[in-house]
Write a protein that binds this ligand. Sequence first.
Ligand code: GDD
Ligand code: MN
Length: 383
Amino acid sequence: MSLIAGRKTPKERLTAPDISIVIPTYNERSNIAPLVDAVSAALGDIPWEMIVVDDDSPDQTFSEVSNLARQEPRLRCLRRVGRRGLASAVIEGALVANGAVIAVMDADFQHDERILRPMFEKMMATDADIVVGTRYAEGGGIGEWDATRARMSDFATRMACMLVGNQTTDPMSGFFMVRREIFASEIYDLSQQGYKILLDIISSSHVPLKIEEVPYVFRTRQAGESKISIMVLAEFLFLIIEKLTHGLIPPRFALFSIVGGIGLGVHLAVLNSLKLFGFEFLGAQIAAIGVSMVSNFIMNNEFTYRDRRLTGLSFVAGLILFCLVCSFGALANVGVAEIAIKQVDNWSIAGLFGAIMGAVFNFSAATSLVWRRPRKRIFAPAK
Ligand code: GDD
Ligand code: MN
């Protein structure tokens, strides 16, 4: 169906929206046009706007949105360059929204847009702050998931309930509506990391929230691929850490430290293996340092800085820079430990201070030097 069909008169188009639908996208080009039609059909006479937040998708979802927006002015595109992330995309989309209510929905038709209207009506009728589209209440369902994915989701839901109690049956849902003032009041507290924006909104609230639900059955993806991975699960664990420590531990630093811990294990394993083969201590220690630096670099590249992952020549350059950074980190470690030992006269405490200093130094240097913001991506001229 064409977007032109069912178009409003210019006057109607000027109506302020009641609902702003925020859609985060990454490579969803072919889902956009049908999605706009489906949402338009589902909402009928409720005034809406749709804000697609696209992270400079290689398939140029952003240009598809801009093209369609010329015929459908309720549609807008926010193209973010050099950025990745579902939560931050949703937050930035919501910040440019004009509706009294913000709806968050995926672009791939897994969220049933036909419940947008019942969700909105329920919010108005019950005066709720949030309405969650839930898969886990009577009438809802997870659709065609394999057992592993179902177990993962079940586990994550239980963890999430530890954080927010039983305020909703589906705290991991990516499909919900929230009143704009509730969202705005939490803007400085939201984590901006990972996938779990609803969980973040609920757990960051300073006041008790009134939460209602509308059930739906999770559908299979219409086109394109899922971006969920083991990493999404890890990010979720770190959101929980961040919330439980009240923001003291940023998720990226937590990941970086865990990689460092694994690196220590690698180091000791290499050291001991070489000992078995009859190597001298110094040679074995140097080899262990080399291996653990390389393995730390690879793990950080895959996980900690996945959104800025280095490949090809930049991978090699990054590895060399990372080894340099770590050597300075070791110096910082020794320097601080040396000062600390004079103050506390306790090897373990002094050693710990040194290690923390080294980790903080390595982390800041790695973030600003090795995995800097990505550079310009070259596209073929957009149509
Ligand atoms: N802007 C932006 N940036 N959008 C992204 C990014 C990103 O880095 N990563 C994913 N998206 C968009 C996708 O294009 C899609 O519209 C939506 O976010 C969800 O991504 P999927 O890759 O389809 O995720 P999923 O289907 O595995 O997960 C969904 O279901 C979960 C429930 O099991 C999401 O809705 C989750 O929030 C939800 O918890
Ligand atoms: Mn999906």
